[in-house]
Design a protein around this ligand. Structure first.
Ligand code: SF4
Ligand code: SF4
Length: 281
């Protein structure tokens, strides 16, 4: 089973939830693996101390046009479904947009004049680690200046290799990197806060996962006694509330010290047991 943990925005406790869920399942001897797919700012390794087994570089093939050999026929431009080739026939101008190129190879196939070759562009790295209990932890890091982390995310997820329950810590927000990560999931946990801001971002995330026809539920983090517009919304929309994690100074302190709160607190243990039960793990 693949569980994706996401949130409509950063800072809601998404990594807290995914890291604690991983350690909670691991503690019970359940085979589990973890991928930090927040590839612009991975930080799960602050809490999950794995031994690094290997580091792999993620590349993209980029077409390069030899303008001396190019006849400016425009066929590659017609073949490119991603509008990645800028072509102005009367000016004999042609160039590739690295940001838009999807490395599909269609332009190479199209060119009859051998005017297109390929170069490799480094996009980032994927680290494969092993936890002290022998489970796999993977994280991806996109190089600075790389337009999209999607390819690094895909490489990281591939490295999990179906090792038990797979937990994917998704990038925050609802843009492409989140959608890519969520597309791998059997179930999506959306983490939010019980505030109007939290609700606003949660609604966007709900819309996205509903559009993807993914099964999902919500965890309300830092719940208190005050106003809770999120619970009302979940009831109205018939969305499963997986758990409410109360705001607790002790939890915040353990977490800030790099400790795993679910391994320290029996109350939190019960909450994660409830999440496990609802997810039928
Ligand atoms: S590799 Fe594909 S996406 Fe990239 S420029 Fe060529 S046709 Fe377009
Ligand atoms: S298909 Fe080849 S020759 Fe034609 S415009 Fe593209 S690169 Fe130039």
């Amino acid at each position: 089973m693949r569980i994706v943990v996401g949130s409509g925005k950063g800072g809601t406790g998404k990594t807290f939830l995914s890291v604690n869920l991983f350690c909670f399942l691991e503690e019970q001897g359940i085979p589990v693996s973890f991928a930090d797919c927040d590839v612009e700012e991975p930080n799960a390794d602050l809490f999950l101390k794995g031994e690094v087994k290997s580091v792999e570089t993620v590349f993209q093939n980029l077409p390069v046009i030899d303008t001396a050999a190019c006849t400016f026929c425009g066929k590659c431009h017609d073949y490119c479904a991603f509008n990645a080739i800028m072509f102005i026939k009367n000016l004999e101008y042609i160039s590739i947009s690295e940001e838009l190129c999807h490395d599909c190879g269609a332009c190479l196939y199209a060119c009859e004049f051998d005017a297109i070759s390929e170069k490799k562009k480094e996009l980032g790295k994927v680290r494969i680690m092993q936890s002290t209990k022998g489970n796999r932890i993977v994280d991806g890091l996109t190089n600075i200046g790389v337009y999209s982390g999607v390819r690094v995310i895909k490489s990281a997820v591939k490295k999990l290799e179906n090792q038990g329950v797979e937990i994917l810590d998704a990038p925050p927000g609802t843009s492409c990197p989140f959608v890519t990560t969520a597309s791998f999931g059997d179930y999506v946990i959306l983490v939010t806060e019980p505030t109007w801001f939290g609700l606003n971002d949660l609604k966007l995330a709900v819309e996205t996962v509903r559009g993807m026809k993914k099964e999902f539920g919500v965890v309300i983090n830092r719940a208190g006694d005050g106003e809770d517009p999120v619970s009302d919304y979940l009831k109205k929309e018939g969305i499963e509330l997986l758990a409410k994690i109360p705001f607790d100074h002790k939890i915040a302190k353990w977490y800030s010290e790099g400790k795993i709160p679910v391994l320290e607190s029996s109350d939190l243990h019960k909450i994660f047991y409830e999440i496990q039960r609802k997810l039928k793990i």
